[in-house]
Design a protein around this ligand. Structure first.
Ligand SMILES: NC(=O)C1=CN([C@@H]2O[C@H](COP(=O)(O)OP(=O)(O)OC[C@H]3O[C@@H](n4cnc5c(N)ncnc54)[C@H](OP(=O)(O)O)[C@@H]3O)[C@@H](O)[C@H]2O)[C@@H](O)CC1
Ligand SMILES: Nc1ncnc2c1ncn2[C@@H]1O[C@H](COP(=O)(O)OP(=O)(O)O)[C@@H](O)[C@H]1O
Ligand SMILES: [K+]
Length: 532
């Protein structure tokens, strides 16, 4: 799935809403929703393969997210699909959308016992009756919602609603989009579970209902979709776990928002192949090993010599002209990489170095680490280095600093639990960068890179869980340090390293387990893939 166009960006809800308001002032009423619904219907059609005769069920919430689902359902019904809308809050439903669906021959059932008939539809799903909650214009019905899903306090899910969901081929999740707060409410949860158990394809409208659009957090139940069709812009939650996992394959539908979004700061960005290609440090005719950069590696110990070897392995593939290893594992390093320069004295006396990597397998060697932190060149601190380092000394540094914690190390730095970091990665990486005045690369299922001055957080698009293997973080450290030595800024070095590292793991793994050395060995393949 190689993409040749540039940076993928994501915007928070506030920015999307602002851009939408500006655009809506220039286009006919309802035009944006029609664009969204058209894109949604096309995506559903492609997933179904054959629309004619397909059984499609729309889970329709009380806002415009439900409106999108209804208009898309109308389009599918006109192409011959059997479409049934399940209204979660029959008293509050997008009137124009409901009328469109009915006009196209779609059926309507109420989700809740007692709500039946208020939308003019019994559980059996007769579609001809008039809607109690729906007007014919584009606004929403104005019912009280007293017996509705929104209150979350009514009785049972109607059997008829569960039955249609159980028979669906495709379920469209229009429960809630960017207007949502918290996880799914109980009745929605029941219907979603039924959809999940039915084995139907599930397509979420704009976002999987129940996830936090801005942060990727999931507080409670949320839809697990096969695909999500999002409108105007990616939202951060679509790119960050745990929400990202809920989204399935994400498709962006252009509704004409780009020009308006240009007025807003991006919250998240993901480098693509072309961006990485532009950043890779390629030698020129004037290059020599010093001009290409020397990266110093302070890693490994008598107990963990392997970490030194792996960090050097990463560094040799990162574009620096020379790798200088400083520490007690020189024999192991030389045995594997005779091209490495080695030294067993203090880093300050090791000779010329344009960037340092300190920490993998370091044990308790705080003295060597201190030397590195005092150096006036870019420094990457990882693993044991993060545990040993003097926080005030990091904050006092003037040259770029890149910290590369996994969730456990980030949790220790922040004084919270690992689970809290994993649940709220974006907050954690921003907070760490601000607290330490350093660029922070937070590793894990979603790797994020934040700069100390704020601005867009980078998210790595190439990650793969094959990387969850001992020592692969050491390879990443060496790789990123090498890119620092070659002259990249800390944010670029971290994000390019993560991109190459993930790609290397994919290329090395091809669906089978790999070790950290295999990942290092495949970095040149990743490099060629990017340049090719
Ligand atoms: N603006 C535009 O130009 C365009 C917008 N578009 C579309 O509009 C969507 C935004 O629509 P929106 O603003 O109406 O909000 P929306 O996401 O439907 O939800 C709000 C409703 O949900 C409810 N609710 C809240 N939390 C909930 C929960 N956890 N579980 C269940 N329900 C919950 C809440 O009700 P209440 O809390 O009062 O019960 C409220 O009524 C956007 O995502 C995109 O799909 C596209 O058409 C493109 C053009
Ligand atoms: N579930 C996962 N999905 C994708 N990448 C992962 C996952 N788990 C770990 N990784 C990646 O694997 C590497 C592991 O690094 P780290 O935790 O430092 O391990 P080690 O200390 O053994 O080298 C990191 O690049 C991290 O982003
Ligand atoms: K949704």
């Amino acid at each position: 799935m190689r993409e040749t166009w540039g940076m993928r960006t994501a915007y928070c809800v506030e920015s999307v809403r602002g851009a939408e308001r500006a655009l809506m002032a220039r286009v006919p009423e309802g035009a944006l929703m029609q664009r969204a619904a058209a894109g949604l219907a096309v995506a559903c059609g492609q997933l179904l393969g054959r629309v004619y005769g397909a059984r499609v069920v729309l889970l329709v919430g009380s806002g415009d997210n439900g409106g999108d689902a209804l208009y898309a359902g109308a389009r599918l019904a006109r192409r011959g699909a059997g479409v049934t809308a399940v209204l979660l809050d029959p008293g509050r439903v997008h009137g124009g959308g409901l009328a469109a669906l009915r006009g196209a021959g779609g059926r309507v059932v109420d989700a809740v016992v007692g709500g039946e008939g208020r939308s003019g539809a019994g559980a059996g799903g007769g579609g001809d009756a008039d809607s109690g909650g729906a007007g014919s214009g584009s606004g929403r019905g104005a019912g009280s919602g007293a017996a509705g899903f929104g209150s979350g306090s009514v009785g049972d899910v109607a059997e008829g609603a569960l039955a249609v969901v159980g028979r669906a081929q495709l379920v469209v999740d229009g429960i809630v989009g960017i207007g949502g707060t918290g996880g799914l409410r109980p009745l929605a949860g029941r219907l979603v579970r039924a959809a999940q158990e039915s084995g139907a394809l599930i397509v979420s409208v704009d976002l999987p209902s129940g996830v936090d659009a801005d942060t990727g957090q999931v507080r409670g139940d949320a839809v697990r979709a096969d695909a999500t069709v999002t409108f105007g812009a990616y939202k951060p939650g679509l790119l960050i776990d745990p929400a990202r996992e809920h989204a399935g394959a994400v498709r962006l539908v252009d509704i004409g928002l780009d020009a308006e979004l240009a007025a807003y700061d991006r919250d998240l960005e993901a480098l693509q192949y072309v961006d990485v290609d532009r950043l890779l440090p390629v030698p020129t005719a004037e290059s020599d090993k010093y001009r290409r950069g020397v990266v110093g590696i302070v890693a490994g110990s008598a107990r963990y010599p392997g970490a030194a070897v792996l960090a050097v392995a990463g560094a040799l593939r990162g574009g620096a002209g020379a790798v200088r290893y400083v520490g007690p594992a020189a024999d192991a390093v030389i045995a594997r990489f005779p091209e490495a320069l080695v030294f067993d004295g203090p880093p300050a006396k090791a000779g010329r170095v344009q960037a340092w990597v300190a920490g993998p397998g370091l044990g308790d060697d705080a003295a060597r680490l201190r030397d590195v932190v005092d150096a006036e060149v870019p420094v990457l601190i990882d693993a044991d280095g993060l545990r040993l380092v003097d926080h005030a000394a990091v904050r006092a540094r003037t040259a770029p600093t890149l910290l590369t914690p996994h969730a456990g190390e980030a949790a220790a730095l922040l004084g919270v639990s690992r689970a809290e970091v994993e649940a709220a990665r974006l907050d954690a990486v921003r907070e760490l960068a601000a607290r330490y005045g350093a660029t922070v690369l937070l590793k894990g299922s979603t790797t994020l890179i934040a700069a100390p001055g704020g601005g867009a957080v980078r998210v790595n698009p190439t990650g793969t869980s094959w990387l969850a293997t001992a020592g692969s973080g050491d390879v990443l450290s060496g790789l990123a340090g090498s890119l620092l030595a070659a002259g990249l800024g800390a944010r670029d070095a971290g994000s390019v390293a993560a991109f190459l590292h993930g790609l290397a793991a994919r290329l090395a793994a091809e669906g089978a387990p790999v070790g950290a050395q295999d990942v290092a060995d495949a970095v040149p393949l990743a490099w060629r893939d990017v340049r090719g």
